[in-house]
Design a protein around this ligand. Structure first.
Ligand code: SAM
Length: 357
């Protein structure tokens, strides 16, 4: 490592060279960046500032071009919403949801869960609110890895914690030894890669034998919801982030108005062809889960609610999966111990343990 600038124990600018010195990776804004090919940021100014030759382009995988498109969505999102999840009014909702996803009863149990880990990796941390919570409650080392500029936001939001490091890299090429982590968490991330199953496998390799891995991926919804997801995505994906935020506003307004109705209806008979069960349904939830994703939660301001809808409709990749499909992947990996925690109808939450060697 060559250090150019340092602040409060962090290398803010520098480079990492491979042992044969044929390649180097930049560290800027406090974050080592291991991206290559179409995902690599423009290093012209960095090279000029430090008298460096641009690094020889390392071989880039064909999927990197696809991943680069997804990065545009998330770099934009996490540059705008830097405080997501860190504001007190977000925490109750988000950490309540984490408890359900990880299958623990309450916040105290969630803290205890992290208290027993020595080396944790959060993949796709977004703003880093969860990385921060993990690092505050884990006695060991915590790492965060994100492929987009979310890595820079996460660094800003965790830099005061001395057990936390952030890298910018594609999870398919995570710069860590295999069998390293006690716990890896990838919440709402793997379905945004070119291939969710390959992403599960790539991270599973990094878990130590006997360690645990949590991931949450989108669940395949009923026929009408799948149709409207595809239709709206086809129309919104080609838009610039700015245009897409504007286009989402009508959908966000619809979510707000349905939610403020605060109404329920009772269906005596199920509608199996659409995947709708019988019973009493909140009207907004019924519409949201079965017809059109139109998120609204009073805990968030208008822009944040609209961002959640943007996050659904804009990314280049956003795969949806079934329980059987995910269970098949786990079997192929030789996983024997796992739980599917039913946190909401929209996603599949998996907590697995890698067999001890
Ligand atoms: C929907 S956000 C979720 C953020 C956070 N986990 C949360 O729940 O708020 C998805 C994140 O995954 C990251 N991501 C997507 N593909 C990735 C990849 N191949 N490697 C690493 N991070 C990735 C994105 O950059 C983005 O920050």
């Amino acid at each position: 490592m060559e250090v150019f600038t340092e602040q409060e124990g962090h290398v803010i600018e520098g480079i990492l060279r491979t042992p044969d010195r044929s390649l180097w990776y930049p560290i800027f804004q406090g974050v080592p960046c291991f991206l290559s090919g179409p995902m690599q940021p423009d290093l012209t100014e960095f090279c000029a500032r430090h008298g460096l030759q641009k690094p020889a382009a390392p071989p880039s995988r064909p999927e990197a071009r696809e991943q680069a498109k997804t990065n545009q969505t998330f770099s934009d999102k996490w540059r705008r919403f830097k405080q997501y999840g860190l504001q007190p009014e977000h925490k109750e909702f988000l950490f309540g949801w984490y408890c359900k996803k990880l299958g623990v009863p309450d916040l105290a149990a969630l803290k205890e869960f992290y208290g027993s880990k020595r080396r944790v990796l959060e993949v796709g941390p977004g703003s880093g609110f969860n990385t921060r919570f993990i690092a505050e409650n884990c006695p060991g080392e915590v790492f965060a890895l994100d492929v987009s500029d979310a890595a820079l936001t996460t660094f800003e939001n965790t830099r005061d914690l001395n057990n936390c490091s952030v890298v910018q890299a594609d999870l398919m090429e995570a710069p860590f030894e295999d069998n390293t982590f006690d716990f890896i968490i990838a919440d709402g991330v793997l379905h945004h890669t070119p291939n969710t199953r390959s992403a599960v496998e790539a991270l599973y390799r990094k878990v130590r034998p006997g360690g645990q891995f949590f991931f949450y991926v989108y669940r395949k919804m009923g026929a009408v919801r799948v149709f409207s997801d595809d239709y709206v995505r086809q129309n919104f994906m080609p838009l610039s982030p700015e245009e897409c935020y504007a286009a989402c506003e009508g959908i966000t307004d619809l979510g707000r108005e349905l939610s403020r109705l605060n109404a329920t209806i009772t269906l005596e008979k199920p509608i199996p062809v659409l995947g709708i069960p019988a019973g009493t349904h909140n009207v907004q939830r019924l519409f949201y889960y079965n017809f059109l994703k139109c998120f609204w939660n009073e805990a968030f301001d208008y822009e944040t609610n609209n961002m959640v809808n943007f996050d659904w409709y804009h990314p280049h990749n956003a795969w949806q999966h079934t329980n059987d499909e995910v269970e098949g992947w786990l079997k192929e990996l030789g996983v024997k111990t796992y739980a599917f925690n039913d946190a909401n109808p929209n996603g599949i939450s998996v907590l697995l343990t890698k067999p001890a060697a």
